[in-house]
Design a protein around this ligand. Sequence first.
Ligand code: SF4
Ligand code: SF4
Length: 334
Amino acid sequence: MLDTGVVQGGPIMAQELNRRRFLKASAQGAAAAGLAGMMGSMHLPSGWATETQQRYDTAESITSLIRDYTAKAASNSLRLDTGEKTWDEPLVGFARGDDPIFEQYKEVIGPFHWTPLEAFQLAFPQPPVKPSELTVISWILPATEAVKADLRKQTTNPSEKWIRARIYGEEFNEELRKFVAAALTKSGHPADPPVFQSKFKTENSQRFGMASSWSERHAAYSAGLGTFGLCDGLITPKGKAMRCGSVIAQIQIPATPRPYKDHHAYCLHYAKGTCGLCTKRCPAGAVTKSGHDKMACMKQCAATAQYAGKQYGLKGYGCGFCQTGVPCESSIPV
Ligand code: SF4
Ligand code: SF4
């Protein structure tokens, strides 16, 4: 699964990492400057300058902020002449900064995985805050039907729309993280996307292999947005063909209930002993009944980068066969 958090990356992702470094630098610079100028430098949808004067201090207003931006921003685009979008309406969830689950992640993933407080204080070291004053805001960007259908019919090489969604869709997601952090900060609630921090990196988790300082999929799990599947992807109410994002803000928003007790509750393999279709969809054999082989997955992603360049003239990668043409593609299958 291609996603942040439990990392799938490698040399082929150099271009993406460079972009991230730039974004980290701009996000940190903006944080230091009170994010005052960030929104002015963004390509905001028309009429947004006035809308962003609003206060964002409720779950509803923050959810609308994320949904409206995704609906209106021209950058939510596959960059095709057809004008097709990459993402449908996002799901949004909230987790408390003092939720004990974040301490559990240190035990499960590794001590290097940040708590919300640790991540927030990298951006805003002063004044001191308490974990209970923080909220993790998490979102799911579900792929459009056209993007999913394009890959669904493929068996070996990824489709053009899927690769475009992976490249340009993640660029949009990066813009969205900056936008949400800037809007909240401007509204009086300092906010920061942990994945843009210069200290954000991948480390070796004893249990899971490569893992990052802040897993946005685990943030989404904490915020009630889904559980993990056999191939490591997060199965959400809008399925697994998605990307997720997050920011941490100094604001107190009631937590979204987690309607599950088990972290595999939505996967047919774990819940009912059936399915396993993602093992068949993966062209690299990187998913088996034992789980997800990250190294095999990374190798396949490298191959897709070569294919994307040769076949479509695109700079980036995109696999995701395990996310389409499976029962958990667009909904919770159990
Ligand atoms: S395809 Fe089936 S086994 Fe694989 S994650 Fe989805 S529900 Fe689980
Ligand atoms: S289909 Fe296989 S190689 Fe491709 S992203 Fe999924 S697990 Fe990785």
